[in-house]
Design a protein around this ligand. Structure first.
Ligand SMILES: NC(=O)C1=CN([C@@H]2O[C@H](COP(=O)(O)OP(=O)(O)OC[C@H]3O[C@@H](n4cnc5c(N)ncnc54)[C@H](O)[C@@H]3O)[C@@H](O)[C@H]2O)[C@@H](O)CC1
Ligand SMILES: Nc1ncnc2c1ncn2[C@@H]1O[C@H](COP(=O)(O)OP(=O)(O)O)[C@@H](O)[C@H]1O
Ligand SMILES: [K+]
Length: 536
């Protein structure tokens, strides 16, 4: 397997195809590119040009059929739902292969084959595949009747792929709902039909296939991995269709997928001759009123991630100044001198209204600053703080923002629904406006810095949807960040590079720990997500 450059398609050895995304991430030597619909059309055209006519769709169909037989080896009766684009073309090819392999195949053509028998205007490749399926003796049925899937053992969803331009409606939406209602396992071709591949954002009540598996072809869509995408996609597989492309016109990806690859190797070793001062100081400013726990979770996470010394500056004067579970944590007001310039400061966890008054000083003095929760809300309310944040960036002092979608919406002056409708756009916009590295949390957490390709994190699941898990994340990132700064700065990296690296690594480890603790996605309490030194 070769490392994927931004402008080349990653290549897998033939015997590795198709590959489960989890295995791809475990083996990949570098980040994996994710392509939007426009880029995937370009890739499609480049791939098609590199092969004899019609070969690409044949390969796609063969890949789908092979995976179907591997995932559901005992399925005899297989229904293929084909739409009227190239996704449908892949379905025709898959149907023909499965028919030849002795499966009892029914091919339903949805949306175009009218009762009056008029020839529909298929794209040329799909039209050729349809003819081949017909000549090959595959039974073709117009539409999907209500009981049609009774007795089916597998459905192949080839209704809509990257060509989706609006929410599924009419006969296509009806077919999607029948398919979901049937309870038959579904293998989706390229995308679960109805899911917008660029964003993963589904409108309320939008029809979308709930797949058990999705086989992505040639490129991976960002929408499979963020917003609503993970649920309808099921287990994601990928096949490069044996096309090895590197081309001057190769499209730039929309994002990169963050797995384990490329993280550990960038991390400096903990050497014998080092001491706690080598691993940096972290200061947590938060815990107002009844929210002291949030600051403790962040402090514990920074310690567990390997920070040298951790102080908690509680904003509630009456809260106890001891953590009996982690007596290593120190409690002290944040100093207003040069110690702040060499510290990594986390502000906001349980910060309430009180944290706002601390922000001007922290923005002016902290060497590395991570703003979370209430600190972000204060930033959204006060343009002077936003200006101070931009000035920090311009002076080379890095800041990390870790908003969830509503906090991001406040910062951008829009609604959380608008953020979720295009998470990649929102994170890019927030990074550009703030000059900071931004972590937009939620399923498929995004990490972005100004002017660079965003990352989509692949680890984690809904077990993280638990109070305090964001506080753990903030402390975890800060604990990592403090270790690659100061004495142990990675040579050749800028301050913003290190902020981004700490964010990518923290988000990845946080999600992976949740997966390990709750493999079935069962409930977790945030204090269990605090790292314990085993999370490398
Ligand atoms: N680059 C790749 O990944 C490859 C792509 N191929 C397949 O080609 C697909 C893309 O093909 P197309 O561009 O023809 O797109 P689709 O097959 O996804 O959609 C085609 C048609 O559906 C219409 N449409 C859009 N939204 C609709 C809606 N809500 N309801 C009803 N109709 C709607 C569009 O106007 C378009 O005419 C990929 O998803 C993949 O399956 C494969 O053939 C080979 C490799
Ligand atoms: N459904 C989900 N799938 C994956 N990660 C999630 C999900 N829900 C929440 N998370 C993660 O859990 C953390 C929650 O943070 P946040 O919303 O700030 O909560 P809190 O303020 O209670 O700590 C974030 O890292 C977020 O990405
Ligand atoms: K599909």
């Amino acid at each position: 397997m070769t490392a994927p450059a931004a402008r080349a398609l990653p290549v897998l050895p033939a015997d590795h195809r198709p590959v489960r995304l989890a295995d791809l991430l475990a083996r990949a030597p570098g980040p994996w590119p994710l392509h939007d619909a426009a880029a995937s059309r370009t890739l499609d055209a480049l791939a098609a040009k590199a092969l004899p006519a019609h070969t690409l769709m044949q390969r796609a169909g063969r890949a789908v059929a092979r995976l179907a037989m591997a995932l559901a080896p005992h399925a005899r009766r297989i229904h293929v739902l084909a739409g009227h684009g190239n996704n449908g073309g892949d379905g025709f090819e898959a149907a023909l292969h499965l028919h030849r392999a002795g499966r009892e195949v029914r091919l339903h053509v949805i949306g175009r084959d009218s009762a009056d028998g008029r020839a529909p205007a298929w794209p040329p490749d799909a039209a050729a595949s349809r003819r081949q399926a017909e000549l090959g003796g595959v039974p073709i049925i117009a539409g999907l009747a209500p009981q049609a899937l009774d007795g089916a053992e597998l459905v192949i969803d080839a209704l809509l792929g990257r060509g989706l331009t609006r929410p599924a409606s009419g006969a296509v939406a009806d077919a999607i709902r029948l398919c979901n209602g049937s309870g038959v396992p579904v293998l989706a071709v390229d995308l679960p039909s109805g899911l917008p591949g660029d964003t993963g954002a589904l409108e309320i009540d939008a029809a979308c296939v709930q797949a058990r598996w999705t086989l992505a072809l040639l490129s991976l869509a960002p929408g499979l991995l963020t917003a609503h995408g993970r649920d309808p996609a099921g287990e994601i597989w990928w096949d490069d269709l044996g096309v090895q492309l590197a081309h001057p016109d190769f499209p730039v990806p929309a994002a990169r997928l963050q797995g384990a690859a490329g993280l550990q190797t960038l991390w400096p070793a903990r050497r014998h001759a080092q001491h706690k001062g080598s691993f940096g100081d972290v200061r947590i400013v938060g815990g107002a009123d009844s929210m002291g726990g949030a600051a403790l979770l962040a402090g514990r996470a920074a310690l567990g991630a390997g920070a040298g010394r951790v102080w908690v500056d509680l904003l509630d004067d009456d809260a106890p100044r001891l953590d009996p579970v982690h007596p290593e944590l120190m409690f002290a007001p944040t100093p207003q001198d040069e110690r702040l310039a060499t510290s990594t400061v986390v502000a906001g966890c349980g910060g309430g209204e009180a944290v706002a008054a601390r922000l001007p000083g922290l923005l002016a003095q902290a060497g590395r600053l991570l703003l979370d929760a209430d600190a972000l809300n204060a930033l959204a309310r006060d343009p002077a703080l936003m200006q101070a944040l931009r000035e920090r960036g311009a002076e080379g002092r890095p800041t990390l923002l870790t908003p969830h979608p509503l906090e991001a919406a406040r910062l951008l002056g829009c609604s959380a629904a608008e953020v979720q409708a295009d998470r990649l756009r929102a994170v890019r916009e927030l990074a550009a406006r703030s000059g900071a590295v931004v972590v937009l949390k939620g399923s498929g957490t995004l990490i972005s810095r100004p002017g660079a390709l965003p990352w989509i994190n692949a680890s984690g699941h809904a077990a993280l949807a638990t109070p305090g898990s964001g506080d753990v994340l903030a402390g975890w990132i800060a604990g990592l960040w403090s270790q690659i700064s100061g004495d142990r700065a990675i040579s050749g990296e800028t301050a913003l590079d290190r902020a981004e690296l700490a964010a990518r690594h923290g988000v990845w480890l946080h999600g992976r720990r949740a997966e390990r603790l709750a493999p079935g996605g069962q409930a977790l309490v945030a204090s269990r997500i605090v790292p314990d030194g085993q999370d490398r």
